[in-house]
Design a protein around this ligand. Structure first.
Ligand code: GLV
Ligand code: MG
Length: 368
């Protein structure tokens, strides 16, 4: 892999004369659910204004799931929705077509001049390596300069090719525009030639089995009762994605969970991603928004505990015992991650704020 010859000093210089200065830190805006809608579908489009404020991110999808014949209608529909809607606290993202498609150039050259001031993040599918981000980075700078935009549009890559996974660290570090990564389990499964036929989630065939019971003569009965435990097909990729994102100060997300009816398994998959470090997920149906908002917000119980640890740890060094468990500088840091996230979420979610505020009353006077 050739090392880039770009000087570190130039990394934050705009890539076109007159383009806005790149951000030095990705703003930590809540994005628990990224709700996908098809802007070419008039019924879905009509619902968007009413969804403002009910979800952290609304994403106008132009790529897969939009029929080839509807690509232009989707692009034009998104322009219209964006121009006619005040998004208030809700972010507006889009997923453009893939870089090897006949549509992507028109996606970018239409959207940036028309609604670049409203678009927070552009999601780029099927990213293979840093070169894909560099292409989008320069083009966006040129279009932003031409449109006179005063803040850069951020870029989010979908991790959905084997080469993309192999290059995940360089993708995350390819531009100051990089906001985050999402797992794309459907395309990734196809690209890796996995033998699944689902959009995200587990598979009953991917399991480990308990050893066979052994009788008093020492004979193993392979047909005897044996527990099986389904394993998570996505653990490796999500864990790699989380590390690459953390290394570059950007945000990891679970992606689509296609079985809309199985709200239980969706919640499990989202929670695993949250516990591993993801900040949000996609929502393909309004049902999934509520699940994501719940799962990607620290529970009041966790926050109560985290606040107790913060209070008990004083200057943040040393060790204390709480309920028979040792807490120290490192467990304090974990608790601070949760407390900071809770504060960010409470600032935009009044219901959650109430739940967290109620804890203050409960914990006042509690002994460390
Ligand atoms: C999402 O785009 C996926 O392919 O899973
Ligand atoms: Mg995909």
């Amino acid at each position: 892999m050739p090392a880039s010859s770009r000087s570190a000093k130039d990394f934050f210089a705009p890539l076109a004369v007159g383009a806005p200065a790149p951000v030095r830190e990705v703003p930590a805006r809540p994005s628990r659910a990224i709700h996908f809608f098809d802007p070419s579908n008039p019924k879905m489009a009509a619902k968007i204004p009413d969804m403002v404020g009910t979800v952290d991110v609304l994403l106008g999808n132009l790529e897969d799931a939009v029929k080839a014949d509807n690509k232009v209608a989707a692009r034009e529909g998104l322009v219209k929705i964006a121009q006619d809607t005040d998004f208030g606290p809700t972010q507006l993202w889009t997923r453009i077509n893939s870089l090897d498609s006949p549509w992507v150039l028109d996606d970018l050259t239409t959207l940036v001049p028309a609604i670049g001031d409203k678009l927070d993040v552009i999601m780029v599918p099927k990213v293979q390596g840093a070169e894909d981000i560099h292409y989008v980075d320069r083009l966006l700078a040129q279009l932003e300069a031409k449109a006179g935009l005063d803040r850069p549009i951020l870029v989010h890559a979908i991790l959905e090719t084997a080469r993309g996974v192999a290059n995940v660290e360089e993708i995350c570090g390819a531009s100051p525009r990089m906001q985050g990564l999402s797992l794309g389990p459907a395309d990734l499964a196809a690209d890796r030639r996995m033998k699944t036929t689902r959009v995200g989630g587990g598979h009953p065939g991917y399991l480990v089995r308990q050893d066979p019971p052994v009788d008093e003569l020492g004979i193993a009965h392979i047909d005897g009762p044996r527990s099986i435990f389904q394993q998570d097909l996505w653990h490796y990729t999500i864990a790699r994605m989380v590390d690459a994102c953390a290394m570059h100060g950007i945000y990891p997300y679970y992606g689509p969970f296609g079985d809309i009816t199985d709200v239980v398994a969706a919640e499990d998959q989202f929670r695993n991603a949250f516990l591993l470090g993801c900040v949000g997920t996609w929502s393909l149906h309004p049902k999934q928004i509520a699940i994501a908002n719940r799962v990607f917000s620290p529970s009041p119980d966790d926050i109560a505990h985290a606040r107790r640890v913060v209070a008990a740890m004083g200057d943040g060094t040393g060790a204390v015992m709480l309920d028979g468990k040792m807490e120290d500088d490192a467990s304090l840091k974990q608790c601070l991650v949760m407390v900071e996230l809770a504060e960010q979420l409470a600032a935009i979610d009044p219901e959650l704020k109430k739940q967290y505020d109620a804890l203050d009353a409960d914990t006042t006077g509690q002994e460390a």
